[in-house]
Ligand binder design. Structure first.
Ligand SMILES: Cc1ncc(COP(=O)(O)O)c(C=O)c1O
Length: 489
């Protein structure tokens, strides 16, 4: 018999279980040709004696090798090295280029897609003015990792790692109900909510359930570009209604409802995208009356409601009497980090049930591990504490940015300090064009929008969203200094 005691190395300090180390040792010996196909291996008792281990450890190692097809168990003969080894032969070297280097021979559908600085991968240390994103440096990612790890390490929780309900983790939906009741005064049950991968998926899913080709829908002008693109792709005809300092023009909405069959209204009542204005309470009341009168389907996109700085926020339309017509959409991506893809859709039970069925067509199930981790963080108060802390910091950053812009750029720009959210709508009043400023900024290490991503279909805006939340004091100062140098030249 081969001297397995010296051939198979066992490191008792290693985190890798011993049975796995034995299995790996055998795989190495088979790969090197020391153990040839068909060679019988020692019985588990004999090998256990030689290695001075419990027999069950050797049995587990052989089971691992069998499951990976390195060995086979043959009746009355014992375990032997498999005749057909699971070795992956390297592909032969070919001189021809990959098939994928050529384009496809078929036609496929494409969509118009604006260049977005905010979606580009960033280089380390690069200065960027984004569209209004959170500062992930502040997010309680350790706590989130801890919650996820405790699920992974607890075998009783492993059922959470299967598909499960399309509407999302039941635990998270229960926690979300408490959170939405406390913060928004919503009156809902677990069947009124679907967890989505961010607000964007909820917008797409709801719109796909409402829009038929050729339908008229109402959007603000300007509007969140990814909503417009989504509605257009679904075949809607967009009717653009002005957005002013009090939010979307409700009288214009009513006028359109009176004269045409309107399928849907999309509205961003808090910190409208891109202009950051908030719908006034007077217009909110009027809009609710229009919704009830015309039984108007509404997608209310409340993507960053949790970030209010000045006073208590006006409650969403969804919290008032809307006759069941408001589909309320929100997100936690702005609270923890954009890549924690968790948002939600609130609607009547029948709508949510259908939304779950539709969601399965593009995403059989959300990320249950993240959902369970987030549920635990809502339950133990971590999210609430994080929101409180980050809100204070973001308010200070907003105030600093307003101060810097006033002092350094003066009449060259115009803005109204936003009451909440993570961005300020900055209008350029000087002669220099925004694309020219952005091009110059790029040469000085600052990535910023050229404004093109806010005027798809609507009038070009000589303005951009200035995301302040993700920039600390030093970074905000550096960014405004670069802008000042360019604009005052
Ligand atoms: C108005 C608006 N709605 C929806 C979204 C999508 O958010 P999420 O990251 O949760 O998908 C964004 C993203 O910035 C947004 O600005």
């Amino acid at each position: 018999m081969l001297p397995f005691k010296t051939l198979i190395k066992i490191d008792r300090k290693s985190k890798l279980p011993v049975y796995q180390q034995i299995a790996n040792g055998f795989i190495g010996l088979i790969r090197e040709g020391v153990l040839k196909p068909g060679l019988p291996l020692p019985g588990s008792r004999v090998l256990a004696d030689q290695l001075q281990l419990h027999r069950n450890t050797v049995v587990a190692a052989y089971a691992e090798l069998t499951s990976q097809d390195w060995v086979v168990a043959v009746a009355r003969k014992g375990v032997m090295v498999a005749a057909n080894l699971p070795l992956i032969k390297p592909r032969s070297f070919k001189t021809t280029t990959s098939s994928y280097a050529q384009g496809p021979g078929f036609h496929f559908n494409t969509i118009p897609f604006p260049a977005m600085t905010s979606l580009q991968p960033l280089k380390a240390g690069q200065l960027v003015i984004n569209d209004g994103f959170p500062d992930v440096r502040l997010a309680p990612l350790d706590a989130w990792g801890k919650e996820c790890r405790s699920i992974i390490e607890n075998p009783r929780q492993h059922k959470q790692l299967m598909y499960g309900e399309a509407q999302g983790s039941e635990k998270l939906r229960h926690e979300m109900i408490k959170y939405l009741t406390n913060t928004r005064g919503l009156d809902i049950t677990i069947d009124n909510i679907m967890i989505t991968r961010g607000a964007q998926m909820a917008i797409y899913t709801a719109a796909a359930m409402l829009i038929q080709k050729g339908d008229y829908i109402i959007v603000g002008s300007p509007n969140y570009i990814f909503a417009n693109l989504c509605f257009e792709q679904l075949g809607a005809r967009l009717l653009h209604v002005p957005v002013d300092g009090d939010g979307i023009d409700v009288a214009a909405i009513e006028q359109l409802c009176r004269t045409r069959k309107i399928r849907m209204l999309y509205v961003v009542p808090h910190h409208h995208h891109p202009t950051t204005v908030t719908l006034s309470s007077e217009r909110r009341m009027k809009l609710l009356a229009v919704i009830r009168k015309y039984q108007l389907a509404v997608i209310e996109d409340d993507y960053d409601y949790d970030f209010h700085y000045s006073s208590a926020p006006i409650l969403p339309l969804a919290s008032a009497d809307h006759g069941g017509n408001v589909i309320y959409i929100g997100s936690l991506t702005k609270s923890l980090g954009l890549s924690l893809r968790i948002g939600f859709m609130i609607a009547p039970v029948s709508f949510i049930a259908e939304a779950g069925r539709r969601r399965r067509l593009m995403d059989l199930r959300g990320d249950n591990l993240s959902e369970e981790g987030l549920a635990a963080m809502l339950a133990n108060g971590i999210i609430e504490r994080h929101l409180k802390k980050s809100k204070k910091i973001y308010r200070e950053r907003r105030d600093l940015l307003c101060h810097l812009l006033e002092v350094k750029l003066g009449d060259l720009v115009q803005f109204t300090p936003p009451s909440g959210g993570m961005a300020l709508w900055l209008q350029f009043t000087g002669n220099a064009s925004l694309p020219a400023i952005a091009a110059k900024a790029a040469t000085q290490g600052l990535l910023m929008s050229s404004g093109s991503n806010y005027h798809y279909i609507a009038k070009p805006q000589h303005a951009m969203r200035f995301g302040f939340a993700s920039l600390n004091e030093k970074e905000l100062t550096a960014v405004v200094t670069i802008l000042t140098k360019i604009m005052k030249r």
